[in-house]
Design a binder for this molecule. Structure first.
Ligand SMILES: Cc1cc2nc3c(=O)[nH]c(=O)nc-3n(C[C@H](O)[C@H](O)[C@H](O)COP(=O)(O)OP(=O)(O)OC[C@H]3O[C@@H](n4cnc5c(N)ncnc54)[C@H](O)[C@@H]3O)c2cc1C
Ligand code: FES
Length: 283
């Protein structure tokens, strides 16, 4: 069992938890993830290692409440236990000492991008962070991101805070101004990572994206997380989740992401109905 030692809501739908998992905290590196199970009947879901404290023996996860399992997880409190918490999984991010990097996070992707920015900052790299959110209520980790960046640009789609527009607008302006990045890390919705990769391609800037397809076993056995990268089949759980954004087939990844939408909606509705005691009218 893995105890929740700290829980904090970062915005109305995003929660941060520190989990007591000393063996994982000892080995964890930015870019890796865990797979957890809330209870015996629960499904396994992957979440990025947002931070770790080797001395305290804790691993931090930051998750958005999107469906049944993340909803069940959000109902747990400090002192409660998770049944399974397996990791660290995936390949740790590796960077060849860039000079200047832009780390770009879209929404919840900012939580996944943060440990990468922190690692680059600790390597002495000049880091610009561009973090985009739909509106000011959804902004997370602003102070943490400021501490590990040379410049932090926050964008909101509706202009309620920071720059009005998308993260790609800021990146485009920086590139047009002649800012010379030798690495761009983009983490967020598939469409955002595709657009960032399209922007950096003509400049020849190495661009790393973090892919988040549906994962089941997390060990390369089931094939659920397969992607096409540079014309070859790759498994995000064992070959990634980081990949060269210029080589990823984003259109295929977007098609595969839609495959289970109907089932996911049905499961969440049934779960909410059970909790509230109300009949599901679709059932
Ligand atoms: C390597 C990796 C790291 C991730 N890191 C984070 C993170 O740090 N924070 C966070 O909030 N989310 C993260 N995700 C996404 C997270 O796993 C899903 O939000 C979660 O599984 C949703 O489960 P659910 O039952 O609540 O929702 P569901 O209703 O089952 O699904 C909602 C959406 O979540 C995704 N999803 C569902 N099941 C899985 C699964 N088994 N594997 C992957 N994606 C799934 C799908 O896109 C789906 O449309 C990560 C995914 C991957 C692959
Ligand atoms: S999750 Fe099964 S192969 Fe990657």
């Amino acid at each position: 069992m893995y105890k929740i030692v700290k829980k904090k809501a970062l915005n109305p739908s995003v929660i941060r938890m520190d989990i007591a998992a000393p063996a994982i905290a000892r080995k964890a590196e930015p870019g890796q993830f865990i797979i957890l199970r809330v209870c015996e009947e629960g499904e396994r879901i992957p979440l990025t290692i947002a931070d770790f404290d080797r001395e305290a023996g804790t691993v931090t996860i930051i998750f958005q409440i999107v469906g049944k399992t993340t909803h069940m997880l959000s109902q747990l409190n400090e002192g409660d236990d998770l049944l399974d918490f397996v990791g660290p999984l995936g390949v740790a991010s590796h960077y060849d000492q860039p000079r200047k990097a832009a780390v770009i996070g879209g929404g919840l992707g900012s939580a996944i991008a943060y440990p990468q920015a922190k690692k680059l900052h600790q390597m002495g790299v000049e880091v610009d962070i561009i973090a985009g959110f739909r509106n000011r209520e959804l902004i997370i980790l602003e102070e943490e991101m400021r501490k590990v960046s040379t410049r932090l640009f926050v964008t909101t789609d509706d202009g309620s805070n920071g720059v009005k527009g998308f993260v790609t607008d800021v990146l485009q302006k920086q590139l047009e101004k002649g800012i010379k990045y030798d690495l761009v890390v983009a983490i967020g919705p598939l469409i955002m990572m595709k657009m960032v990769s399209n922007l950096t391609r003509p400049y020849g800037i190495k661009t790393i994206v973090s892919m988040n397809p549906v994962m089941i076993d997390g060990t390369g056995m089931c094939g659920g997380c397969r992607l096409t990268v540079g014309g070859e089949t790759k498994f995000a759980c064992v070959d990634g989740p980081d990949f060269d954004g210029h080589l990823v087939d984003f259109d295929e990844a977007m098609r595969r992401q839609q495959m289970y939408k109907a089932e996911e909606k049905q499961t969440l509705e049934a779960h909410i109905c059970r909790l509230s005691g109300k009949e599901n009218s679709d059932a």
